[in-house]
Design a protein around this ligand. Structure first.
Ligand SMILES: Nc1ncnc2c1ncn2[C@@H]1O[C@H](COP(=O)(O)OP(=O)(O)OP(=O)(O)O)[C@@H](O)[C@H]1O
Length: 623
């Protein structure tokens, strides 16, 4: 497993551009926005409009609440009791409306967060699970660290931070326009121009302070993922680790990853200090800027004909609108730390999105779209492919993708029905790699490979070296990866699905498993890897194979944990069920189940021989 296992100290950018607040950020952000707002009328767009309406109403009410104190001065000064009662009733109503609107504002932002998270995660899932993209991403691409963390945690934080900014951002164009107009009205061009100038300077200074934070944040997220991955490694491998008494060494290694993460967090906090100094300075300087704005015409003699009282009234009026306008800008500048978070997550999610899309576009020429996936619902149409041949290899040369190490050179082979092939050879000579090419996971460096049948029950089923189980009931393990009950009538008319499953479990020697699992459909809360022995896992994989009854079964050392007798029995059943086998194995006792032996010698050399020991078996069942 490559995901998350990258070096703990690296920046995680793997030769890529350092993440900054630049054009690349903008492009990635706009691409993510297109996922969050897929069109009109989408739920997100409607929520955003509602938020805009609520925020506008809120502004109106806030303004009304703001003038209440001055009205109290008036009614109390005049000892106007009925005016006081009316004003108090109005004030209470306005405050209730204001608090309701504020709560609604928060509520809509939270709902938007959930909705955005749903859209973005589902979108990434659709790219991640398309074809074999998840395999290529984890095994063949090493430049993307912790894809799992990007999809789960980074998306969550991105959406949360973005939604926390939403209500301030949505209203700011309106408040800015309104108070700029007001400011221009009372101070002329000098007020708005100096405030805008001040904001531009503040933004440039902030941007300089924000960029290093963005790259640090991206690095911190990578280390966070590495740390979590280390814990997951222990969780998944608790038993072998315990046999090795690996507690001390794993403790040290896990602590090392933690230290590396904490060191980066300290550096991040150090960089953020400068940003906070910038933000706070901007806020407090802004509060005196309005007086600086009014001081310029006063000292240049524009108001020299005004009396001191008239001048004070003018100062107070101008200060009010300028402070409001500066307040609007300060609110935007205050969002800087949230913006850096959003930018960091944007880079991480954007990188993942780009990689997923490029992997999704890269189609394996040997496999048409229809053949790259299973018909999971069990609906089987007509298969136009010739039925007697599964794979046609012509002058195929195969190398390890990352290192280029030559494994097989100029191999021509036809794998057709009734002609089982056994692949043998020393460790690391490329036996599994050849299956990877047959399965469409790797591409050959030269030559052509044609798969003339499909994946699934009517075509090819692979049993990988490491058995794979999903979460769920025993039935779900047996029928995997079919989702629904397999259409019995296709192969065994008349017999019920349950009976077939039980029979195949018995044939695989797993009768007791039915009782342990409490029946076929009991939703067990255990991890199948924890409760099954390696041998039982291989037996269960065979029960699955018997159930699916494909025409071709590709078995990669699928019986390595079983005795020779059990192996013999399982292979015999496969042939009896009409399967043609393509197996990788080491035991010579397996040869009798195959017509051909392909021996790999490494460094490209191979040898194909006819096997004379092929066992004569009774006619296949079900075909
Ligand atoms: N994802 C990978 N990245 C880099 N190298 C790989 C990868 N997978 C396999 N290899 C290398 O390719 C070579 C062939 O591997 P392969 O798994 O095909 O061996 P094998 O013949 O099946 O061996 P074994 O009998 O041990 O199962 C080995 O040297 C292995 O280290």
């Amino acid at each position: 497993m490559a995901g998350g296992s990258g070096s703990a100290g690296g920046a995680g950018t793997g030769g890529r551009a350092v993440p900054r607040l630049d054009g690349l950020f903008l492009r990635r952000f706009l691409r993510l926005l297109a996922v969050l707002f897929p069109g009109w009328p989408s739920a997100s767009a409607l929520m955003f409009l509602t938020l805009l309406g609520v925020a506008l109403l809120e502004q109106l009410v806030i303004y009304q609440v703001g003038v209440i104190p001055s009205q109290y001065y008036e009614v109390l000064g005049n000892k106007d009791f009925s005016g006081f009662k009316t004003l108090t009733a109005v004030a209470v109503t306005l405050i209730i409306v204001n608090s309701t609107l504020k709560s609604f504002d928060q509520f809509i932002c939270n709902m938007m967060y959930v909705n955005w998270r749903k859209s973005l995660t589902e979108y990434l899932h659709s790219c991640y699970f398309q074809g074999q993209v998840y395999y290529s991403l984890h095994v063949l691409r090493e430049d993307i660290d912790n894809p799992d963390q990007r999809i789960s945690q980074d998306v969550e934080r991105f959406c949360r931070q973005l939604s926390s900014m939403a209500s301030k951002l949505v209203i700011s164009p309106f408040t800015l326009a309104y108070y700029t107009h007001q400011c221009f009205h009372s101070t002329g061009w000098l007020g708005p121009v100096s405030i805008f100038g001040y904001f531009v300077i503040g933004t440039i200074a902030n941007k300089l302070l924000m960029s290093p934070i963005v790259s640090k944040l991206v690095q911190q997220e990578k280390l966070e993922g590495d740390f979590r991955f280390k814990h997951m490694q222990i969780r998944v491998n608790a038993e072998p680790a315990a046999f090795y008494r690996a507690g001390r060494v794993e403790h040290m290694r896990t602590d090392r990853r933690l230290q590396s993460l904490l060191q980066t967090q300290r550096e991040l906090i150090g960089k953020e200090l400068w940003l906070y100094i910038g933000i706070n300075t901007f806020d407090y300087l802004g509060s005196i800027l309005s007086y600086v704005v009014i001081a310029i015409p006063i000292f240049s003699g524009v108001y020299s004909d005004l009396s001191p009282t008239e001048l004070s009234a003018l100062v107070s009026k101008n200060a009010f609108v300028s402070i409001y306008l500066i307040g609007c800008f300060s609110q935007l500048i205050d969002l800087s730390s949230t913006v850096t978070d959003v930018a960091g997550y944007t880079h991480r999610i954007g990188e993942l999105q780009e990689t997923l899309l490029s992997l999704g576009r890269k189609k394996n020429g040997n496999y048409s779209e229809a053949k790259t996936s299973w018909d999971l619902d069990g609906h089987f149409g007509e298969d136009p492919a010739p039925r007697d041949t599964a794979f046609l290899l012509d002058q195929v040369t195969l190398s390890v993708p990352s290192s280029g190490k030559l494994l097989i050179k100029d191999l021509s082979l036809r794998i057709s029905q009734g002609n089982s092939v056994m692949i043998v050879g020393n460790t690391g000579t490329g036996k599994t790699s050849l299956l990877r090419v047959l399965g469409g996971l790797w591409e050959s460096t030269r030559g052509s490979i044609k798969m003339l049948t499909c994946f699934g029950p009517r075509g090819v089923v692979f049993l990988p070296q490491r058995p794979f189980f999903t979460d769920g009931s025993l039935r779900e393990q047996v029928i995997y990866p079919l989702k629904e009950i397999y259409p019995v009538s296709a192969f065994s008319p008349g017999s019920a699905d349950d009976e077939r499953i039980v029979r195949f479990l018995e044939l695989a020697g797993l009768t007791d498993l039915l009782a342990r699992a409490g029946g076929l459909d009991e939703q067990v809360d255990w991890n199948w890897y924890d409760i099954l022995s390696p041998g039982e896992m291989q037996r269960l994989s065979f029960a699955r194979l018997f159930y699916l009854q494909p025409k071709y079964a590709v078995l990669d050392e699928a019986t390595s944990a079983l005795t020779e007798e059990v192996e013999h029995e399982l292979y015999r059943l496969c042939l009896q069920l009409g399967m043609t086998l393509i197996s990788v194995g080491h035991r010579p006792s397996l040869e009798k189940f195959h017509s051909w032996i392909l021996k790999l010698h490494g460094e490209g050399r191979w040898e194909l021989t006819r096997c004379e020991k092929m066992k004569r078996l009774p006619a296949g069942e079900g075909h």
